[in-house]
Design a protein around this ligand. Structure first.
Ligand SMILES: [Ca+2]
Ligand SMILES: [Ca+2]
Ligand SMILES: [Ca+2]
Ligand SMILES: [Ca+2]
Length: 337
């Protein structure tokens, strides 16, 4: 009886060992899988990498002139030989989890264009962000004549932008925000509902909702705190503007990172100088971290903001008079506050 039992245990051990052996062999920590090198003869830089739920890898940055975008060692493939835009261009390339090239996109105009952020949403859409100057191709079709955000010479200098493509590389929409000065997009996040948060630094009056003017009040219609200010704008997954914030003090303040948590909070981090508005209410007199004269040149900061999503707002509004619907309405009215 005991011998029979031992035999069963041994058989189970064999079965486990059969399953365990290949797993152990293929999942050893630190095993190199593959690498890719992209670029041309000029200056090319990768700034951010993202993955989607299927394991695809998206790398984003900038290239100059003809550039290998699929990593096969030449720049003679479709879309690779694109000297038309001039100076540096935003690019991103997509590879599957085995390193097989899927597609690449190049965006930009005749001036300096930089890809600084890339992220994906739960549907596999790819969002690329950064900064561009003047008329710029934002849908990746090789021209800058498609109107909307693409043909925005009005702001001047650099403008902050983002473009959205689906998982097959089909263009969805793009937004451009900024002022007449040099506006630099450095940070990007996408939350679990697909809301897109794009951040950067700029000075003075600026279009923060992407409608082409800087006359919408709130954070948009502000001469700013002086120097560069931290800004971020939130758009839903369809590109509808939700709200924007401007933070900073009299010197230059710069956001380098944005992230979200599972409760929908938005966290922005970067550097500020001296007294600085950290809650986005337009002053730097609220005490705490805001009213620190600082530790000297450039201090680290982060600020956390809640975000009541549009879907939650709609369902709450259907229950007339509930406390939550009043909160939602107040937030909807204060979109640019
Ligand atoms: Ca190539
Ligand atoms: Ca175009
Ligand atoms: Ca506007
Ligand atoms: Ca404040």
């Amino acid at each position: 009886m005991i011998r029979h039992h031992l035999s069963k245990v041994f058989n189970l051990f064999i079965i486990l060992a059969l399953f365990a052996t290949p797993l152990t062999a293929t999942a050893a920590t630190g095993d190199f899988q593959f690498a890719k090198r992209l670029g041309g003869t000029g200056s090319d830089t990768g700034y951010e990498v993202a993955t989607d739920s299927s394991g695809n890898i998206i790398v984003a940055g900038h290239v100059t002139g003809d550039a290998d975008l699929n990593g096969d060692g030449d720049y003679t493939d479709d879309g690779e030989s694109s000297t038309g835009y001039g100076s540096t261009d935003v690019v991103f390339s997509v590879f599957n989890s085995d390193g097989v090239f899927k597609f690449a996109k190049r965006l930009g105009g005749t001036g300096t264009d930089r890809g600084r952020g890339v992220a994906t949403d739960s549907l596999g859409n790819i969002i690329v962000s950064g900064y561009i100057s003047g008329n710029a191709d934002l849908n990746g079709d090789g021209d800058s004549t498609d109107g909307g955000a693409e043909s925005g010479t009005g702001f001047g200098g650099y403008d902050i932008f983002f473009s959205v493509f689906n998982s097959d590389g089909e263009f969805q929409f793009a937004k451009r925000i900024g002022s007449t000065g040099s506006d630099t997009g450095l940070a990007l996040a996408v939350d679990t509902s697909g809301n897109i948060i794009v951040g950067g630094y700029l000075a003075g009056n600026a279009d923060l909702n992407g409608d082409g003017d800087n006359t919408d009040g709130g954070a948009e219609d502000s001469t700013g705190y002086g120097g560069y200010d931290v800004v971020f704008s939130v758009f839903n997954s369809s590109g509808v503007f939700q709200f924007a914030k401007r933070l900073g003090g009299t010197s230059s303040d710069i956001p380098y990172a944005l992230t979200t948590d599972t409760s929908g909070n938005i966290i922005v981090a970067g550097l500020v100088n001296g007294n600085a508005d950290l809650n986005g209410d337009g002053d730097s007199t609220d005490g705490g971290a805001e009213s620190g004269t600082g530790y000297g040149n450039n201090d680290v900061f982060f600020s956390v903001f809640t975000f009541l999503r549009a879907s939650a707002s709609h369902s709450a509004n259907s229950t007339k008079g509930s406390p939550r619907s009043k909160i939602s309405t107040a937030l909807s009215c204060a979109v640019l506050a």
